[in-house]
Design a protein around this ligand. Structure first.
Ligand SMILES: [Zn+2]
Length: 176
């Protein structure tokens, strides 16, 4: 039997694979899988740009898919694995869907709603049963995935600016 930590890391790796799909599509790389009885029942990756929908976070899409998979809005017995600490919207959705556990990678002290900025899943009256939150699972790897996306985006923006400047300069040259 693998240790509980090894199990969490295994499923976090699968969530990172979902995040990779987001990155490949030019989206901020956040990915999510939902697990029941050691089986992935739903996946989701950030699709805010593709769907032009600010609510299309990885967790929201995965929660909806998980509800469809179990045929119930109650996600009892489920664990949500997500590469970044859920935001208040996603944590709020989890309050309603009631998964047993939420496991995330990157901690977000600025906007996280699972203990980073606020804690919506801890002793919250609408959540009838306790939802366990575990943060920092493969946190460094998730953070690197996240930061490399923004590094590449900044480099691409810089290159575009440089190309525009070069075009302007060559226009000036031909004008002479
Ligand atoms: Zn969110």
């Amino acid at each position: 039997m693998p240790s509980p930590q090894a199990v969490d890391e295994h499923f976090m790796m699968l969530a990172m694979r979902e995040a990779e799909k987001a990155r490949a599509a030019g989206e901020v790389p956040c990915g999510c899988v939902i697990v029941k009885d050691n089986r992935v029942i739903a996946r989701g990756w950030n699709q805010v740009e593709a769907l032009k929908d600010a609510t299309a976070h990885a967790e929201m899409l995965a929660l909806t898919a998980a509800e469809a998979a179990v045929g119930d809005w109650r996600l009892e017995g489920c664990t949500v694995y997500v590469t970044k600490e859920p935001c208040p919207m996603c944590a709020g959705a989890m309050v309603h869907c009631r998964p047993d556990r939420v496991v995330f990678g990157i901690r977000d002290p600025k906007g996280g709603a699972c203990g980073g900025w606020i804690h919506l899943l801890d002793s919250n009256p609408p959540l009838n049963h306790k939802c366990e939150c575990v943060g920092g699972v493969l946190g460094d790897a998730c953070l690197e995935q996240f930061q490399s996306f923004f590094r590449a985006a900044r480099a691409a923006a810089k290159l575009r600016k440089q190309q525009l400047r070069e075009q302007e300069t060559s226009k000036d040259d031909t004008a002479d």
